[in-house]
Write a protein that binds this ligand. Structure first.
Ligand SMILES: Nc1ncnc2c1ncn2[C@@H]1O[C@H](COP(=O)(O)OP(=O)(O)O)[C@@H](O)[C@H]1O
Ligand SMILES: Nc1ccn([C@H]2C[C@H](O)[C@@H](COP(=O)(O)OP(=O)(O)O)O2)c(=O)n1
Length: 244
């Protein structure tokens, strides 16, 4: 079959300029074209910016970090060793989590209990990087994210590199640790120096899975307002995303 779709033709030009891939692969890639990924370091503005972009597009946003945070919370509550991947996974199988990706804010449920408000505590902040490096937990989170119906905006660390490599648009947010600590201090009981030290430690622990995608637009949010970042992203979205 001849390839008539401009977006797919571009995607497969390198390997197969004339023939479309099998329908199942085509569907998967087309679905990913309607996903915007916003990755970045801790407290760089990922969830606030994703929420704003998602609202402007009229789609939900997906906060992948909440699943890592919820896995951490359940592990802490059960008294598990957070390095023990088999024990954590077994606990997650018997206590299934559900991410509710709403445009106005994501929520996480475990059966009938809402965990959302407990996911940004200092103890979860401290433990989550330990849980997030476990390959088994990463595979568990990735499977949940890939099962969600597009279009949506996905934010986290590896949305553009690992989870949705064919996303229609990719962004990566940065800002200096000091600026990020000043912003976070509005939401946490600790002072700026303590938060800054914890952010630097977490940047290091998250470094491997936090590399920007080669085709991501990197935005330093330091000099920008929240709305400034949102508008910068909206101005760079390709048509296949805005018309989704
Ligand atoms: N460009 C910005 N200017 C000022 N404050 C911001 C900006 N981006 C985010 N914030 C604030 O910084 C804090 C951290 O943002 P958040 O979206 O939670 O980051 P992340 O999801 O990357 O951890 C929030 O209080 C948010 O309102
Ligand atoms: N896709 C993702 C999302 C989050 N993580 C990890 C990295 C962080 O330490 C935790 C929590 O991420 P979250 O984005 O909720 O929080 P921060 O912005 O880092 O404060 O999970 C990850 O490894 N991969």
């Amino acid at each position: 079959m001849r390839c008539r779709c401009p977006a797919l033709k571009d995607l497969f030009a390198a390997s197969c300029p004339e023939v479309l891939p099998p329908a199942s692969v085509r569907t998967l890639y087309t679905a990913q074209l309607m996903i915007v990924t916003i990755d970045g370091v801790a407290a760089s503005g990922k969830s606030s910016v994703s929420g704003g972009v998602a609202r402007a597009l009229g789609v939900p946003y997906v906060s992948s970090g909440l699943l890592y945070r919820a896995a951490t919370l359940l592990g802490l509550e059960a008294g598990l060793d957070l390095h023990d991947a088999p024990a954590l996974l077994a606990h997650l199988q018997t206590h299934p989590l559900r991410l509710e990706p709403l445009a106005e804010g994501n929520r996480v449920w475990q059966d009938g209990r809402e965990l959302t408000d407990e996911l940004h505590s200092t103890r979860v902040d401290r433990g989550v990087s330990v849980v997030a490096v476990l390959p088994e937990v990463r595979a568990w989170v990735d499977a949940q994210l890939r099962a969600l119906p597009s279009p949506f905006v996905a934010e986290g660390r590896d949305m553009g590199t690992n989870v949705f490599p064919r996303a229609g648009a990719k962004f990566y947010l940065t800002a200096s640790p000091h600026i990020r600590a000043q912003r976070r201090a509005q939401e946490r009981p600790e002072d700026v120096p303590a938060i800054e030290a914890a952010l630097i430690r977490r940047d290091e622990l998250d470094r491997v899975q936090s590399a920007p995608a080669l085709d991501a637009v990197v935005i330093d949010t330091g000099p920008l307002t929240l709305d400034g970042v949102i508008q910068t992203i909206l101005a760079q979205l390709p048509e296949q995303v805005t018309s989704a």
